[in-house]
Design a protein around this ligand. Structure first.
Ligand code: CTP
Length: 397
């Protein structure tokens, strides 16, 4: 997505400047050619050396070096860029940009630029709410600039509220979906679940399963490549996303239920590939259980079926895709789950099929739609299987 994209990252004086290191790293890793501009105050929070090392390019901090007289051409740099991202954008720089002040290199580059400009503001909650900031933001929006809204949370002042700069991963996801506007899933919010859940027995033990998360991660990557804004809710796994995906880590089925319920409200497409535990211990021992008797049993209770819960509250227009892992009467069980959980598609994996199931790099699936029409696929790599699943989803969009 960012391959060969020329990106200027402007960093302003804010404690959130430390996050710009991760931001530069993520964009460089995604293939972008990144040049960083630091304002004088930003250089108190993060050093040019850090950012030049990560961006693999010199960092701009001023118009010219008074000792050598070397001058940086703000117009040339502005016209070079495909995209300018100001992160963190301080209230001060936002005010300068809104009013055309250009008393530093960053604002001069901004005024000279013709490419899309994105700002990820960071400031205290009252500064963010202040009418002058509101007016400045409205002006920047009217210029066609994009604002990546700050998050709610604890601020450097110790106060709670909106003002925390969006996380680097969220910023990259925003840029991705913005650049992806012509892709088939651009503007769509997607939620994917992946991996196993771990149900604690005591502080050191749990009940889990063999799910690696590979299938869910491949689906999330594929949907992101199609332009969707993807949130991946994953149980414990060593897998990593290859595309910009917002990741929420959870441990237990109850954690996954909470995260899914929260995210589902905004989700246009939901793909539930996690291997969620069906049972969880009734009690979790607070101390490590000592071995005593020759036999030991753990009393279990049913977890909430997350997929069925979402199917119950699904509204028209939301697409819900479930999985069924079966060992016998596969098709009958899969269709049963499709109906019972109010799904749009169900992806059947049979553990009887060679190359299907946990921890393999391949899978073999059959997909049923709401009309119970079935599409049978060959054994393929999980990345190819993810592409097949996404093609079926695209038919419904
Ligand atoms: N699922 C879920 N919450 C659970 C259990 C399962 O959301 N507590 C979801 C899985 O993510 C999958 C689908 O339900 O998309 C089917 O999971 P599967 O284990 O095949 O079936 P179950 O419905 O749990 O039924 P059973 O184990 O009896 O086959």
């Amino acid at each position: 997505m960012f391959s060969n994209k020329k990106i200027i990252i402007g960093v302003c004086g804010s404690i959130a400047a430390y996050k710009s290191a991760s931001l530069v790293r993520l964009l460089v890793k995604a293939g972008a050619d990144v040049r960083v501009i630091l304002t004088a105050d930003a250089a108190h929070f993060i050093t040019p050396l850090t950012l030049s090392t990560l961006s693999k390019n010199p960092v701009y901090t001023r118009y010219y070096d008074p000792e050598s007289g070397v001058w940086s051409n703000h117009v040339e740099l502005a016209l070079w860029a495909d995209l300018i991202l100001i992160a963190p954008a301080s209230a001060n720089t936002i005010a300068k940009m809104a009013t055309g002040l250009c008393d530093n290199f960053l604002t001069a580059v901004y005024l000279s630029a013709k490419c899309p400009v994105y700002l990820a503001p960071a400031m205290d909650l009252d500064m963010w709410k202040h009418q002058s900031t509101r007016d400045n933001i409205s002006r920047l929006l009217s210029f066609g600039n994009s604002i990546i809204e700050p998050n709610d949370g604890e601020l450097a002042s110790g106060l709670q509220g909106q003002g925390r700069m969006a996380e680097p991963e969220e910023i990259v996801a925003y840029l991705t979906s913005s650049l992806n506007q012509n892709l088939p899933l651009s503007g769509k919010k997607v939620m994917v679940t992946a991996g196993p859940t771990f149900e604690a027995i005591d502080p050191v033990r749990f009940i889990g399963n063999h799910s690696s998360g590979k299938m869910g991660f491949a689906i999330a990557d594929q949907l992101a490549a199609l332009g969707a804004e993807v949130t991946l809710i994953t149980g414990p796994t060593a897998e990593k996303s290859k595309k910009p995906v917002r990741r929420i880590d959870v441990i237990s089925a109850a954690d996954m239920l909470a995260a899914c319920t929260q995210e589902f409200k905004d989700s246009d497409i939901t793909v539930m590939s996690a291997a969620v535990a069906d049972y969880t211990p009734v009690n979790i021992a607070t101390q490590k259980i000592k071995k005593q008797e020759s036999e030991f049993s753990v009393e279990l209770k049913k977890t909430t079926d997350i997929l069925a819960t979402l199917g119950n509250v699904k509204s028209a227009g939301q697409i819900l895709v479930g999985f069924a892992l079966e060992t016998e009467h596969e098709e009958e069980h899969a269709i049963g789950k499709l109906k019972k959980k109010n799904l749009d598609l169900i992806v059947l994996n049979s553990l009887n099929d060679k190359g299907a199931g946990f921890k393999t790099d391949t899978n073999k699936i059959t997909i049923f739609n709401q009309q119970f029409e079935k599409t049978v696929f060959e054994v393929k790599s999980k990345v190819e299987v993810a592409a097949d699943i996404c093609k079926e989803i695209l038919k419904l969009v």
